[in-house]
Design a protein around this ligand. Structure first.
Ligand SMILES: C[S@@+](CC[C@H](N)C(=O)[O-])C[C@H]1O[C@@H](n2cnc3c(N)ncnc32)[C@H](O)[C@@H]1O
Length: 203
């Protein structure tokens, strides 16, 4: 099935490289049509994608007709039962989906489903609220247009989209409360990346 490029898939290689180190069970929250799951599958024991959009889950199912270590859940991550200790995830990934959910509830649930010693990786989109936010986004317009051109333009996989509600400052504050020690950085393509390692002592 099709592979494509856009401001979310631009992070796939980095996410796969990161998840590869731990292997094990990987969860992709808001998996859309499953392109990231497809890229993760060769490097993980099992990959699980969850998305409440039935149409994209059906498209993802077509992608995995011949792949045995991929499972798809058509549902809301916030309503997903917390797995048993043994079934918690070594890597939890969430690309362009955090802003579709209530921020603190989603971060808390991500923390719960992650295995001790596991890593949470969130590529997110924040709302521009401060002057600094607008200046940074403004400065990025031209270089991002150049990169879009170099990649032959952005391709839209027809997934649900939503406007971000929280600014990066608000996201940072919530992340520091729920995920102490999280590393949060602005990234190219109007994105930020949160990386958090769950301590080995169970939380
Ligand atoms: C902008 S798309 C991103 C899809 C994919 N991660 C990507 O990078 O192309 C956001 C996705 O989040 C999904 N989503 C929205 N609310 C969700 C929830 N509560 N739990 C899991 N996924 C959710 C949407 O259905 C949609 O597929």
């Amino acid at each position: 099935m099709e592979k494509y490029w856009n401001h979310n898939t631009a992070f796939h290689e980095e996410l796969v490289e990161n998840a590869k180190v731990r292997g094990g069970r990987v969860l992709d929250i808001g998996c859309g049509d499953g392109l990231l799951l497809q890229r993760l599958a060769p490097f993980a024991q099992q990959v699980i994608g969850i998305d409440p959009d039935t149409k994209v889950i059906e498209r993802a199912q077509m992608r995995f007709a011949a792949t045995s270590n991929v499972s798809l859940v058509n549902g809301d991550f916030l309503a997903m039962p917390v797995p048993s200790q043994e079934e918690r995830y070594s890597t939890v990934i969430c690309v362009a989906t955090l802003h579709h959910m209530e921020l603190r509830s989603a971060l808390l649930k991500m923390r719960q489903v992650l295995a001790p010693g596991g890593r949470l990786l969130i590529v997110g989109i924040a709302a521009d609220k401060s002057i600094m936010d607008f200046v940074i986004s403004g400065l990025l317009v031209l270089p991002i247009r150049v990169m879009d051109r170099l990649h032959g333009g952005m391709q839209d996989p027809s997934v649900r989209i939503a406007d971000p509600k929280e600014s990066l400052i608000e996201i940072r504050q919530a992340a520091h409360e729920v995920l102490p020690g999280a590393i949060i950085r602005r990234r190219f393509y109007y994105r930020y990346l949160i990386s958090w390692d769950k301590p080995m002592v169970n939380q």
